[in-house]
Design a protein around this ligand. Sequence first.
Ligand code: NAP
Length: 464
Amino acid sequence: MQQVGVIGMAVMGKNLALNIKHNGFSVSVFNITREETDDVASKYADENLLPTYSWEEFVKSLEKPRKIIMMIRAGKPVDETIEHLKPFLDIGDILIDGGNSYFRDTNRRHADFGRLGIKYIGLGVSGGEIGALNGPSMMPGGDSSSYAALSPMFEKIAAKNPDGIPCVAYIGPEGSGHYVKMIHNGIEYGMMQLICEIFDVLRKALGWNNKQIADQFEVWNSGDLQAYLISISSKVLRKKDNITGKDMVDVILNEASYKGTGNWMLEDAINLGAPISVIAAAVFARFMSTLAIKDHVLDDKPTLAKIDSDLVPAFGNALYLAQAVSYAQGFQQLKMASQAYDWSLNYSSIAQIWESGCIIRSKTLTDIRNAFNEKPQLDNLFLAPFFTALRLSHLSDLRLVVAKAGAFGIPVPAFSAALSYLESIFNSSLPANLLQAQRDYFGAHTYRRNDKPGIFHTEWYDEA
Ligand code: NAP
């Protein structure tokens, strides 16, 4: 009998199964299309990796209570797979969805299985195929009573943070694990867009080539800005195209695609009223890249002398602060979701899970973990002493990047959003007073006063 089963032998499922096997657990594997299972079997089958070829054979090969991980395409395939499995499952079995499922689908499946006595876990997994093989960051949510049975294996196969702690911990009820993965992906959108924007500023306002920018990213990656996404951006910029010999980045079509987790985060941000402006700017920038009218370039760019490279350290500071805003907005939405959905999320633990193995891993996440350790219910990351100091020391550099980009006609939507967020969040004189007056003028929506309590309405037409 095998200890765990994995369904789905595409990149993630195959590599996760191999990770489980390498860590000393026996695993059964199954894929709906036989060829994928055959491929894995031909390379890796032994007493610890058993290929199976029917739903029944797969389920019956597992010791009870069964632990089954689905690593398949999110959406309908998960519901179809559940229907195939259901006739063979017993009360107490644990079914785990390790794909990028929408959290409301996981809420529904969790409730359905709860009624059947089968334990359901929605598991966010990050780190791509290398992470899946060598140690992913893992965000399990759902049936808490089953976590004790899973944690020895999860803790072995997960990445370890710089203190050697496994990057996995129980997140909370229902689809909260998939929710946290969705927020991870939104932060990832923000960080990627900010790196792309600083790349654009360095090449257009300073006239730097890809190699110079790669070198600068490497310098940044060895300091406070240390982050997986900065390190891979440096490597990407050094890569040559085999066909033309040009820099790879220069032959890649200038259009970004997306799978939808960023959109889901925005949808729920709108439900909750979470101001995740950097992440929204990043999602919209991807939309923009496909809509940009490329054969009608208007020759209206300002012609300015190139910026002096003395400003590059200030640009690095701006990137560091803006990346922190992307994290802060993600954690703000997590806090609002935790309250709205009654999930009691632990933000320090979530930061620790993201410290290694995942795409948004960075030095900053250790500072975020420390901030939430000191004050678990921190309202905003920028209220923590470390991030207050960061804002005070680097805000002028963020203003500088946005101003310089504006002068050169370089769009920096994510940097602009980060700046406006910080200018707004600590601001008691936003122009919302005029806005409330406008609403009251045309719709009698009322307003509150700053000099006495109560709700007021003014007869504007008489006075106008
Ligand atoms: P994928 O391309 O998202 O999905 C392919 C897998 O789903 C294949 O095994 C495929 O089987 C199976 N599948 C599709 N329709 C099915 C159906 N109706 N019934 C049963 N199985 C079905 O593969 P992936 O990139 O390995 O990702 C797996 C999951 O992990 C996804 O939810 C993905 O979003 C998530 N994820 C991916 C990454 C990444 O870097 N790729 C990172 C984190 C999370 P066939 O071989 O027969 O087509």
